[in-house]
Design a protein around this ligand. Structure first.
Ligand code: GDP
Ligand code: IMO
Ligand code: MG
Length: 416
């Protein structure tokens, strides 16, 4: 057995959960290593729709154990609500969920700070999910944050909370300590040292699947800063998020949507503002899983995709939501960026540069057929196969999976 990372390689919502669900049947462990309840991971299985925010998607497989590693920030109220809702659907957590004691806590204070920071930025706002993610990571880095293990030490918890509120010049409601101690009673059985667990599992030859959240272009260091999330979403984030060495990551699969989407603000070179964009939004039901916001739509950006393939060290790629493009007479793929007479040789790191680029496009014929019942590459229309081949060539990584619908079964595995 080995380990596999499934990572979103654009601006999130690439259908990572669908891919994790498809590949996860044999996983002994499914691990979230960064992000928090800003994630919205959707799985359709046996007629039921599940949207996961903090719980790893592998929880649907009764034999998989699920790990929320140290790099995640946990809103305990939202996590318990999610667990309660899943329990009602028959999912069991006892002995199956493991939460690292070092994971940071997201409090209602952080959500308030998130909202007020956004309001303060006005026209420059990030367009966050308002889940308190940025402020929670900021507090963690500033060493004033609380961590999961703090719930286990009531005196320490209350003095750290006081210091945190003082740091933010706010009044601490003493009822919060009591509330967190109640939460502790419920979460204590799941708290562990996940680095130990994963290292031991690896030595025992278990199959470990790392489930990325957000996407590479939202990475706080290598994404389209400042319009990013506050964690390292790229493959390097797995090591720092889990406390495991790079050599423990055996394979990295990058997930790309067959077109591009983005929620929130920030430059988006291939964005469509026309009827084609509206049509893709409707056909792809492109409304956020966490916030319900309409997603911005654009053509596939192979220049950005090649950049993220490199920074992640992808071994192979999955292309998802290919079915959504059916019926469009013409499809475009961005092959490069120009600024004036200059063709860029590297993906821009500054928003001023990214917003100034003019994409260069390759135009390809579309296809009309409904793809949702295709289970083999050779059953796809030739135009769809050609479209995938262009993506594979431009991203310079082999295509491993194609998704043609939200259900686990609506997947084409490519034999290498
Ligand atoms: P994630 O955050 O990367 O896991 O992706 P989301 O769950 O936020 O968004 C992906 C959406 O596309 C979800 O509503 C999925 O049910 C849906 N989906 C996944 N794969 C496919 C596909 O191949 N075709 C279509 N039409 N929908 C898909
Ligand atoms: P999944 O895991 C898409 C975006 C927000 C905003 C920026 C910062 O479902 O792919 P944050 O709340 O993290 O401070 O917001 O990041 N964003 C996502 N976009 N999918 C996500 O998660 C996202 N999580 C955050 O829209 O632009
Ligand atoms: Mg999502």
């Amino acid at each position: 057995m080995s380990t596999l990372a499934v990572l979103g390689c654009m601006w999130g919502d690439e259908a990572k959960a669908k891919v994790v669900d498809y590949l996860g049947g044999l996983a002994d462990y499914v691990v979230r290593f960064q992000g928090g309840s800003n994630a919205g991971h959707t799985i359709h299985h046996a007629g039921q729709k599940y949207v996961f925010h903090s719980v790893p998607s592998g929880i649907l497989y009764p034999n998989s154990k699920c790990v929320i590693a140290a790099g995640v920030v946990i809103d305990p109220v939202s996590l318990l609500n999610e667990m309660d809702a899943l329990t009602k659907l028959g999912i069991q957590f006892e002995g199956r969920l493991f939460i690292d004691e070092r994971a940071g806590l997201v409090l209602s204070l952080h959500q308030e700070l998130d909202s007020s920071a956004e309001a303060g930025l006005g026209a420059n706002k990030i367009g966050t999910t308002q889940r308190g993610i940025g402020p929670a990571y900021a507090d963690h880095t500033a060493r004033v944050g609380l961590r999961m293990a703090d719930l286990l030490y009531p005196d320490w918890l209350s003095s750290r909370l006081e210091a945190l509120y003082k740091h933010h010049k706010r009044e601490l409601d003493p009822a919060l300590v009591q509330k967190l101690l109640q939460i502790k009673t419920r979460l204590e059985p799941f708290i562990c040292k996940a680095d130990n667990l994963l290292q031991e599992a690896y030595l025992e030859d278990k199959y470990i699947l790392f489930e990325g959240a957000q996407g590479s272009l939202l990475d706080v260091s290598f994404g389209t800063y400042p319009y990013v999330t506050s964690s390292n979403t790229i493959s390097g984030g797995i090591c720092t998020g889990c406390g495991i060495p790079p050599r423990m990551i055996n394979k990295i699969l990058g997930v790309y949507k067959a077109y591009s989407t983005r929620v929130g603000e920030g430059p988006f070179p291939t964005e469509l503002f026309d009827a084609t964009g509206d049509r893709i939004r409707i056909q792809g039901n492109e409304f956020g899983s966490t916030t319900g916001r309409p997603r911005r739509i654009g053509w596939f950006d192979a220049f950005a995709a090649a950049y993220t393939a490199r920074i992640n060290g992808l071994d192979s790629i999955a292309v998802t939501l290919l079915d959504v493009l059916s019926g469009l007479p013409e499809l475009k793929i961005c092959t490069g960026y120009w600024i004036g007479e200059r063709k860029l040789t590297a993906f821009p790191s500054h928003p001023m540069e990214l917003q100034a680029v003019v994409p260069e496009y390759l135009s390809l014929p579309g296809w009309d057929a409904d793809l949702s019942d295709c289970r083999k590459l050779n059953k796809l229309p030739k135009a769809a196969r050609d479209y995938l081949e262009v993506i594979q060539d431009l991203v310079e990584r082999p295509l491993e999976l194609v998704s043609v619908g939200p259900d686990r079964s609506q997947t084409i595995a490519i034999k290498s």
